[in-house]
Design a protein around this ligand. Structure first.
Ligand code: R5P
Length: 284
């Protein structure tokens, strides 16, 4: 593996333990202002220092993340359909590798839609993106099984999706947890991380995380189960404890409950100002 590619992957999957906590906040690219991600900066800011990397679009990156904060960026570059559009699987690469380099990203992310109407296009997108990104030593994260395809969430379907993504050259695969998840991981020759999916009770989300790690996932790319929690910071810390500190479900849940009871540290003044910008008066 080329030095640059290896270096970028190590920003995402920590070499100390081969594990990853990625915070997913890219939902708006097809869902619009998702609940509790309506003001991205407000959602992202308190969580930034607890994730190893963050997955988002260039629009949210440029407007809602401080360029001086050293968090590795996983940039979503596919899109083109919305939740109310004709077919979610009809995506193209909508952000150039050139712009991704300008943004100093650590990886590019795009979706593939196995079994969907636009399966072919999404796979060709993946092959082309890997060709281009590898020129610059940038890894590609393939996202599998979003939207309708999620209904087929079983080991057979997810193994098929993940394996195909790896065969096309994806360096990391994001998928969903399912029964017999070991089969998905063992038949995929590159690291697998899991999405959290729709909001669960906190204990259940921690169980999902634990089971996935136990079955061989290197980590999570989790969104709603963190920032739709009433207590997002305790939740991401509890997820981290499973991914990086070998906590079991009970230990992680106990940590979550303990952190919920602790008084929240007030935000620094500059952060407060950023979150609550006063409207400026228009000159007549
Ligand atoms: C979907 O295409 C997006 O990539 C999301 O980032 C993904 O669904 C992960 O977020 P969540 O944990 O909320 O499912």
């Amino acid at each position: 593996m080329d030095w640059g590619l290896k270096n970028r992957i190590s920003r995402i999957i920590k070499p100390e333990d081969n594990r990853a906590v990625m915070l997913a906040v890219d939902h708006g690219y097809f869902l619009g202002p998702t609940e509790r991600l309506e003001i991205p900066r407000k959602t992202i800011r308190p969580l930034l220092k607890y994730c190893d990397s963050i997955m988002l679009t260039r629009g949210v990156l440029r407007t809602s993340v401080d360029a001086s904060f050293p968090v590795p960026i996983v940039l979503r570059v596919s899109g083109g359909s919305s939740i109310i559009g004709a077919d979610l699987s009809n995506e193209k690469i909508v952000t150039s590798v050139r712009d991704a380099i300008r943004l100093n990203v650590s990886a590019l992310a795009m979706s593939i839609f196995i079994g969907a109407k636009y399966e072919h296009n999404s796979l060709v997108n993946l092959g082309n993106l890997v060709n281009e990104a590898e020129e610059y030593g940038i890894p590609v994260l393939a996202v599998t099984a979003v939207g309708k395809e999620l209904e087929k969430r079983d080991a057979r379907y997810l193994s098929l999706s993940c394996r195909i993504a790896a065969e096309f050259g994806a360096h990391i695969i994001k998928t969903y947890y399912c029964e017999d998840f070991e089969k998905v991981v063992s038949s995929c020759p590159v690291p697998v991380i899991i999405a959290g999916g729709p909001k669960l009770k906190e204990r259940e989300a921690l169980e999902l995380t634990f089971n996935a790690i136990n079955a061989g996932a290197v980590g999570v790319d989790m969104g709603r189960n963190i920032w739709q929690s009433d207590n997002p910071v305790p939740m991401i810390k509890a997820v981290r404890s499973i991914v990086h500190e070998h906590a079991n479900v009970q230990q992680a849940y106990d940590l979550f409950k303990k952190l919920v009871k602790e008084p929240q540290k007030p935000l620094a003044i500059s952060q407060k100002q950023n979150n609550k910008q006063k409207p400026t008066k228009q000159k007549k």
